[in-house]
Design a protein around this ligand. Structure first.
Ligand SMILES: [Zn+2]
Ligand SMILES: [Zn+2]
Length: 279
């Protein structure tokens, strides 16, 4: 049987081919509008669904909506139990030898290597997600997340045609699922502002905070991961949180956890300490 790392490397390489082919294929404005739509949907599926809901339980949803979040992530080849297990262990072991996400194994491992090699045993992932493994439908997604993924690839290709597939699904997927999340794993533990004394090297990165709709306010997030928002102040835009707020107005989700004032003030580093701790 083919090694899972080799299979993942081939799949990742393959999904980069259509975006590169856009240099030679004629596209229309509609394709790029769909790119923006896909970009926001994938970012929501991974950032709000997998990260803020499944990994951190920062708001509540009924079982149907929860499965919807799971399916949406699986449409982009991700699964709630696998992601949450790995991510909770990242928070537990941040910037130590047991942290598989971070920059301590070097740039390339942090960017691509950790995607090919899990780093944690299946039993560790399941032990870290007892609140998720009790749902059979989430276990099913854990073992079959490639099925909704393949279905989404086929339907985008059939319904939207090749340019939509290349500019919408593939380019947005590569930018968010691979390079966006790796940029957070690497740059949000190396470059930026270390506002809170979190005991690790997490940073708030202005550029990633904006282009990843809030996911770049990573030092804030390490400081108080239970919150549904990562932008703690008005000048830290958090697009994913705004979308979650709108969904809560419609009753689709509820119980969004906020950052208590005391937590917002606790652990603030003095200005001169901020860079020193991050480097
Ligand atoms: Zn982190
Ligand atoms: Zn997190």
């Amino acid at each position: 049987m083919m090694n899972i790392g080799v299979f993942r490397a081939m799949a990742i390489a393959l999904l980069h081919v259509p975006p590169l082919s856009l240099l030679f294929v004629e596209t229309r404005r509609a394709n790029w509008i769909l790119f923006v739509a896909f970009y926001i949907v994938i970012l929501f599926a991974l950032g709000a669904g997998l990260h803020r809901y499944f990994a951190h339980r920062s708001f509540e949803a009924n079982r149907g909506v929860q499965f919807g979040f799971g399916l949406l992530a699986a449409a982009f080849f991700a699964d709630p139990i696998g992601f949450s297990g790995r991510h909770r262990l990242h928070h537990r072991y941040s910037d130590t030898a047991r942290d598989f996400h971070g920059p301590q194994r070097g740039f390339w491992f942090s960017w691509i290597g950790h995607l090919l090699e899990d780093g944690y045993a299946e039993s560790e992932l399941l032990a870290a997600t007892p609140d998720l493994v009790r749902y059979p439908e989430l276990m099913w997604l854990h073992h079959h997340s490639y099925l909704p993924g393949l279905l989404a690839v086929a339907s985008t290709l059939l319904l939207g045609g090749y340019p939509t597939f290349a500019a919408g699904y593939c380019l947005a997927w590569c930018l968010v699922a691979i390079h966006g999340s790796s940029a957070v794993n690497y740059f949000c533990h190396t470059i930026g502002r270390h506002r809170y004394d979190t005991g690790d090297r997490s940073t708030n990165n202005l550029f990633l905070g904006i282009v990843l709709l809030g996911e770049g306010w990573h030092n804030n997030h390490h400081h108080y991961p239970a919150a549904a928002r990562a932008g703690f102040f008005w000048y830290e835009p958090d697009g994913l949180y705004y979308i979650l707020r709108i969904l809560s107005w419609f009753g689709i989700i509820h119980g969004l956890r906020e950052v208590p004032d005391a937590a917002r003030e606790r652990g603030l580093l003095r200005k001169r300490d901020r860079t020193a701790r991050a480097s």
